[in-house]
Write a protein that binds this ligand. Structure first.
Ligand SMILES: [Zn+2]
Ligand SMILES: [Zn+2]
Length: 379
């Protein structure tokens, strides 16, 4: 997909273009390249390109995703356990009719190509897989154009024939005489089901539907640094189109499992490590697990519980651009609970020696002690 053009470039608008500007640009280009209007060889390709750019940029959510992730290569992939659901209702070329004739009033050509539905697949991945990326294969059930009949639904060597009842329009007019006058109702042709065509000899593979259900394996590449809720769009990997229409897209929604030790906020990693009372008071050098390795962290003498230390560059790789977030280590001083008699004696001696007292020498604690005294006084 390296040769895929930037959507803004396709529509000839700036990155900050408003919804109206995007719509206007799309209408002009769609008119110019619509295959019904433009008979140049590459018109259809250009139309699809314009349509795709518009589909993404006219949808706030998709536009934001595109701004963040850009095009995602459909030939690359990712995988894992996942749920699967089809969604969306996308007209393909048919949209142009609404555009020219105004929605509702226009009649769609029943034989116009129709774009396939988009599909959504939700994939749960491990914490570290989100950090480092992953390549995997997923299997999705989807409807694809039938290879045997090339999507026509007719037995190879035969063609669907124009319906003799509606003469290909797909609609029937029903005239009723009522006390108020003649009423003309339009409804889908009952003979051809509204398609305008009748298949005399059906394709043996798809039984006339033109599409078949398939379990399709797709390679998915999850980029390093994705976060929970990210969506990856695989263009053209959705359901097959009808009557030569383009396939829909496949959206992969990423769910990231929690980690026992690490927590993540954007590109930064947070963790909490215990310190003994002695380590905190005298200082120490301790080992901290990071996403990739163990690193040494110097704890200065007199470290308070709740202090954060930063390990620069030990966070998550940035999805876009270069560099990595940081790892933030919060230390928690653990008060000993099981002391031997000897240890208790030593601590009693320590307490009795006097010297530095938290209430006198540390402003932070002073305020806590002050507050506590006030509470005792009932303030
Ligand atoms: Zn008919
Ligand atoms: Zn078929």
């Amino acid at each position: 997909m390296a040769d895929k053009r930037d959507y803004y470039e396709v529509l000839g608008v700036s990155k900050g273009a408003s919804g109206d500007e995007i719509k206007k640009a799309y209408r002009q280009l769609a008119r110019k390249y619509h295959p019904d209007v433009n008979k140049e060889a590459d018109a259809e390709t250009k139309f699809k390109e314009v349509k795709e750019a518009y589909d993404v940029l006219s949808d706030d959510g998709q536009r934001a995703r595109y701004d963040q992730f850009g095009h995602v290569d459909p030939n690359q992939g990712m995988g894992g356990a996942g749920g699967f659901s089809g969604n969306g209702d996308f007209g393909g070329f048919g949209d142009i009719f609404d555009m020219f004739f105004g929605g509702g009033g226009g009649r769609r050509d029943p034989n116009a190509p129709q774009r396939g539905n988009d599909l959504q697949y939700s994939m749960t991945i491990e914490f570290k897989e989100a950090v480092f990326g992953k390549e995997t294969e997923i299997t999705i059930p989807r409807t694809e154009s039938c290879d045997t009949c090339a999507g026509s639904g007719a037995k190879p060597g035969t063609k669907p024939e124009t319906c003799t009842v509606c003469h290909g329009s797909g609609q029937q007019e029903v005239v009723q005489n009522t006390p108020f006058g003649r009423m003309v109702n339009r409804r889908a042709c009952s003979h051809c089901g509204g398609s305008g065509k009748v298949i005399k000899e059906k394709c043996g593979t798809c039984h006339g539907a033109g599409r078949v259900k398939k379990q399709r394996k797709i390679n998915v590449r999850i980029p390093a640094g994705v976060d929970d809720g990210a969506q990856i769009r695989l263009s053209g990997e959705g359901e097959g189109g009808l009557r030569g229409g383009p396939a829909g897209d496949l959206y992969i929604v990423i769910r990231v499992k929690a980690h026992e030790f690490f927590e993540r906020e954007n590109d930064d990693i947070y963790c909490e490590v215990p310190l003994t009372f002695v380590q905190a008071a005298l200082g120490d050098e301790i080992e901290i697990p990071t996403l990739t390795e163990k690193v040494k962290l110097k704890i200065p003498a007199g470290t308070q519980t709740g202090t954060y230390f930063r390990l620069k560059g030990k966070g998550v790789p940035k999805l876009r651009g270069y560099g990595q977030g940081d790892q933030h280590v919060k230390v928690t001083v653990v008060t000993p609970t099981k002391l031997s008699d000897e240890q208790k004696d030593l601590l009693r001696q320590f307490g009795g020696i006097g010297g530095e007292s938290p209430a006198e020498n540390q402003e932070h604690h002073e305020s806590i002690f002050e507050k506590m005294k006030k509470a005792f006084r009932g303030e």
